[in-house]
Design a binder for this molecule. Structure first.
Ligand code: NAD
Length: 256
């Protein structure tokens, strides 16, 4: 049973990470929430979630662009049965205009942080004789779009990292998989709408219909609750032989 297990979810004070945290807490797991901020509301979010689901919920501040903070997050959690590498940022620009600092930040947060958290979490999982690594990649871990060089590179990278973690743990009761969402309406997507409106000279509704959902045959956004359910399934005994693979939750994007 997943009850009493501890899940650490990076980048979980918002969007998909928060949705996954709610699903795992609802399933009976203790949860560690994380982001780079250190605000009153981050800690009250944890307290509210604990009350709502009757489990332990802690908030640990760690800026995952920093190696030592990424590792300290898992060390401070103390146990990490389920590691969900979810923190991510986006920047949209043509390669020849792509700012180097944005490239470096995206690779650090979306890819390198997962290497650091996994490196510290795996010995804990081995000691506990059970573990789940769940990396939140993207449809952009399997396909590409223009103007998203760093993001697409990082997401393809984390799919590769997932496979290596799966092979290194293949004969242990540990699995590693990547969930590849299509578009989910969260702040990271909301933030891309103004730039895209300008780039293509379109209004908001047209960007949503013809740019964002153009790749998503269902013509619907996936929800954070659906991603939480997918993560909870990967923690279940039915998923024990699912390792080293990707699960798309993308309304048919990657079938096109
Ligand atoms: P979001 O902006 O709501 O969430 C991102 C989270 O990462 C936030 O909690 C943020 O505080 C955290 N974060 C950012 N920088 C950080 C840092 N330096 N250190 C620690 N935490 C940091 O966006 P989201 O849509 O929920 O994205 C979550 C993940 O899902 C990302 O990896 C994203 O690439 C991926 N994803 C999102 C979509 C989508 O359509 N929304 C699609 C595919 C994949």
């Amino acid at each position: 049973s997943v009850k009493e297990k501890t899940a650490v979810i990076t980048g979980s004070n918002s969007g998909i990470g928060l949705g996954i945290a709610h699903s795992l807490a609802r399933g009976g797991m203790n949860v560690v929430l994380n982001s780079f901020t250190d605000r009153e509301e981050d800690y009250s979010l944890a307290a509210d979630m604990a009350r709502e689901h009757g489990v332990d919920v802690r908030y640990i501040k760690a800026d995952l662009s920093n190696r030592d903070e990424a590792r300290a997050l898992i060390e401070q959690a103390g146990t990490c049965d389920v590691l969900v590498n979810n923190a991510g940022i986006q920047h949209v620009a043509a390669i020849d205009e792509f700012p180097t600092d944005k490239w470096n930040a995206i690779i650090a947060i979306n890819l390198t942080s997962a290497f650091h958290t996994t490196a510290v979490a795996l010995p804990m999982m081995r000691k506990a004789e059970w573990g789940r690594v769940i990396n939140i990649a993207s449809a952009h871990g399997l396909t590409a779009s223009p103007y998203k060089s760093a993001y697409v590179a990082a997401k393809h990278g984390i799919v590769g990292l997932t496979k290596v973690v799966a092979l290194e743990t293949a004969q242990e009761p540990i699995t590693a998989n990547a969930i590849c969402p299509g578009y989910v309406m969260t702040p990271i997507v909301e933030a891309q709408i103004p730039d895209t409106m300008e780039k293509y000279d379109m209004d908001r509704e047209t960007v949503i219909r013809d740019v964002l959902l153009s790749r998503q045959p269902s013509k619907e956004f996936a929800t954070t609750d659906q991603l939480g359910g997918t993560a909870l399934f990967l923690c279940s005994e039915h998923a024990e032989q699912i390792t080293g693979t990707t699960i798309s939750v993308d309304g048919g994007w990657t079938a096109l």
